[in-house]
Ligand binder design. Structure first.
Ligand code: GLN
Ligand code: ZN
Length: 751
């Protein structure tokens, strides 16, 4: 029984890769420096994994931006528009981040994770440009000897994740000989195993696809002498197991964490091919809770009747890309919490303990088992884990708590009387530029170099300045600017009970961008207002309405590491109640508009169709609970971004917000979706793309509004940028908003 890893966090414990990349992009590091730095990091990661007991070490997983982009470039899937982008790294980064006159390739969410990949575009027939797994294998050979396991994204998933790929049978036909060549070269170089990732196999695979896959894999693996293929799946169980287990490969990697109990049922129903190895994903590659080792030993004993230990690799459930590197950096956490979590390195240690328990007997790892038991108990008893008052409040919830006291139509009348806004009211999504000055002030406060009073005064200064700017620009609904927030989730997590904030638990989101999800470990409640002071101060400076901005319960959950001892709906309701209390406070303080952001609502949607309805049900209920306490005269907005709305429009309607603002206003297809649904509520159109530094023309924004007027009535439309402005420069923002106001005013004269 071997210990194998599927992928290791790329950034490094000190976020070295981020620094290298940003150094290179900022031209303080040349290509050689970047590549040398990345090679050192890669080697350090190999050595670390060996040290932790990994016997099959993934190589080629340390991508400089994204492994899907790597695969596209490897097969020459480079769109025409990058013709002038050069080659090598400059072409690679142009595809990822945009190049001269060439917008970047689309970025999409990697399955249901928070990682984003670059979608390949098929404008031409693929060719093998360079054999990346081979290069990685050759780099690793000396360090790892026989333990190097090159990894490669499989053809089925590559096609599924691509934009405008040809008809899939043809695409598979075109790719097969190229994959065959990649593997033949690896074989010739002496590699023993290659991991071919096919996570798309956990989605619905038709019979026809399964057949074509079998043919493709036969072609791909033809004539290999020593090289074996581990076909790796993750993020769920296989619904087509019976078909897929017959594929002509040497090993099948299955997820027994997110695919539990489905994959156990698969074994029980169909057995396991005696000539194959099982990559057994047994510890969680997605969440951070320490593994209950005894439970996992029981799981192993359920597997053994079908697969002998000698044919099993113990693995994480997926690549450890989705976990921070080491929990050793989190010593500031309460000790029971610190002992109760496991990041990437601790996961690998757990795998080794499990392997030893099987091979050498449980007594050999008695200490590890006892420590895991003890940690489990300590976590359960951790103060704050169960707060009776919170549990009671949730269990006493009634139907009416999830409802506003008046129906939408009635609220709309009351609110428009109260607010008396013009047609096409203008507003923003919440944040204004987080300038170096703002960041520096926050850092000084964190280091204790300035007092709370000094820091608060600084924030008030920023708010006052931007209230004045917004008034001058002529915006109709103002915001305070979110200067006090480092991040829309972490800020609230810091103020709510039941959350812990980590110091170094960074996880790659895309490219060099990392996020630091808080840990939701206990019962959540609010014991002090969250944003009241800032909102109130802003409102005190102006007669115009200031919109309060809160982060919604679903986003708080989806962007945190969440406890697993309580159902998601219960956790979400706890968070919702805290937000609800804040809304009541904001209302009392005189705010007439409150926006509850739910940018992560759509991305939490489960991969499998049958799990979607239950998710949407609690997600929508949580939002309704958070906002249900607002009086009819208070206008509730919500904001969402990166969203394909088609499949959740019903849920959006069910959230019962008075106004929604969405990011995809600039995407084609968006209006069609709304046209079909006859959506009747107010909608904030994202009239320009905040992610681009380009200042849009008045006409551009006017066009967006006019197009929307084909679908919506003028009274329904709000005018705003498509997301928060925190990453932009002050000058750009003022210029763009000035034009935005002008566009709205022009249209007002016509309606
Ligand atoms: N209110 C947040 C902001 O403006 C919303 C961010 C988001 O949608 N991701 O920054
Ligand atoms: Zn947004």
């Amino acid at each position: 029984m071997l210990v194998s890893n599927i992928g290791y966090p790329r950034m490094g414990r000190e976020r070295t890769l981020k620094k290298l990349l940003e150094g290179y992009w900022g031209r303080v590091l040349d290509e050689e420096g970047l590549l040398a730095g990345a090679a050192r990091l890669e080697e350090a990661h190999w050595r670390q994994q060996v040290r932790l007991g990994v016997e099959l070490v993934p190589v080629g997983d340390l991508s400089l931006y994204d492994h899907v982009l790597d695969t596209a470039v490897m097969f020459g899937l480079v769109p025409e528009r990058f013709e002038k982008a050069g080659d090598g790294l400059s072409l690679y980064f142009a595809m990822a981040r945009g190049g001269p006159n060439a917008p970047a390739c689309a970025m999409r969410k990697w399955f249901n994770t928070n990682y984003h990949y670059i979608a390949p575009e098929w404008e031409r027939k693929p060719v093998l440009v360079k054999n990346l797994p081979l290069q990685a294998y050759l780099r690793a050979k000396d360090t790892l000897n026989g333990n190097a396991k090159p990894v490669l994204l499989g053809p089925f998933t590559l096609i599924k994740l691509s934009k405008n790929a040809p008809e899939w049978r043809r695409a598979l036909y075109e790719l097969s000989p190229l994959y065959a060549q990649v593997l033949r070269e690896l074989d010739a170089a002496g590699a023993t195993w290659v991991q071919v990732d096919e996570p798309s196999l956990i989605l619905d695979v038709t019979e026809e696809e399964a057949k074509a896959l079998a043919a493709a894999y036969r072609k791909i693996t033809e004539g290999l002498r020593g090289l074996k293929i581990m076909l790796q799946t993750y993020f769920g169980g296989l619904s087509q197991y019976a078909r897929l287990m017959a594929l002509p490969v040497d090993g099948l990697g299955l997820d027994f964490v997110h695919g539990y109990p489905e994959n156990i049922a698969n074994l029980e129903r169909h057995g396991f091919p005696p000539d194959k190895w099982l990559g057994l994903g047994i510890v969680d590659g997605r969440n951070i809770w320490r593994t209950n080792l005894r439970q996992k030993l029981d799981l192993l004993h359920k597997v053994f009747p079908y697969v002998p230990a000698t044919r099993i690799w113990l693995q994480p459930s997926c690549s450890l890309l989705h976990l921070p590197v080491s929990a050793a950096d989190e010593s500031h956490l309460p000790s029971a919490l610190r002992q109760g979590i496991a990041f990437a390195d601790e996961r690998l240690t757990e795998l080794r303990a499990l392997a030893r328990a099987v091979k050498e007997g449980e007594t050999v790892v008695a200490a590890e088992l006892a420590a895991a038991d003890q940690a489990q108990r300590a976590l359960a008893e951790l103060s704050g884990r169960v707060v009776p008052a919170v549990r009671m409040r949730v269990s006493a919830l009634k139907e009416t708590d999830f409802q506003r006291t008046a129906p939408y139509a009635e609220r709309r009348k009351l609110q428009s009387r109260r607010l008396a806004l013009p047609l096409f009211p203008t507003t923003t999504i919440g944040s204004f530029p987080q300038t170096p000055e703002v960041r520096a002030a926050r850092a000084r406060r964190r280091r204790g170099e300035v007092s709370k009073e000094q820091y608060d005064a600084f924030i008030r200064g920023q708010i006052a300045e931007w209230v004045r700017i917004q008034e001058q620009l002529g915006l109709d609904v103002l915001v305070h600017g979110e200067f006090e927030r480092n991040d829309m989730v972490e800020y609230f997590a810091t103020r709510l009970q039941g959350f812990a904030v980590t110091s170094n638990a960074w996880v790659q989101s895309y490219g060099s961008r990392c996020v630091k999800p808080p840990i939701l470990f206990g019962d959540v409640y609010r014991d002090t207002p969250l944003t009241l002071a800032e909102a109130l101060y802003a409102q005190s400076l102006t007669p115009q309405p200031v919109k309060g901005i809160l982060t919604g319960p679903v986003t708080m959950l989806n962007w945190s590491f969440v406890r697993e001892d309580l159902e998601s709906d219960q956790i979400a309701y706890q968070v919702a109640l805290a937000i609800r209390d804040e809304i009541v406070d904001l209302e009392k303080a005189g705010l007439a508009i409150i926006q509850v952001d739910e940018p992560a609502l759509r991305e939490g949607l489960p991969l499998r169709t049958e799990e979607r309805a239950p998710y949407l049900s609690w997600a929508v209920s949580a939002f309704r609970l958070a906002t249900g306490g607002a009086c009819p005269e208070t206008q509730i907005h919500t904001h969402m971004c990166y969203v394909e709305f088609g499949d959740i429009l019903e849920a959006i309607e069910a959230m019962d917000a008075d106004v929604i603002s969405i990011e995809t206003a600039r995407r084609g297809g968006f209006l069609e979706v709304f046209k079909r649904s006859a959506y009747h509520r107010d909608i904030g159109l994202g009239v320009y793309d905040v992610h681009s530094p380009r200042v849009p023309e008045v006409e551009d924004m006017e066009r967006v509004i006019r197009q929307a007027l084909d679908v919506f009535r003028p009274e329904q439309l709000w005018v705003n940028p498509d997301c928060g402005l925190k990453t932009r420069q002050q000058k750009e923002v003022a210029a763009a908003l000035k034009r935005m106001v002008k566009a709205a005013r022009r249209l007002r004269t016509e309606y």
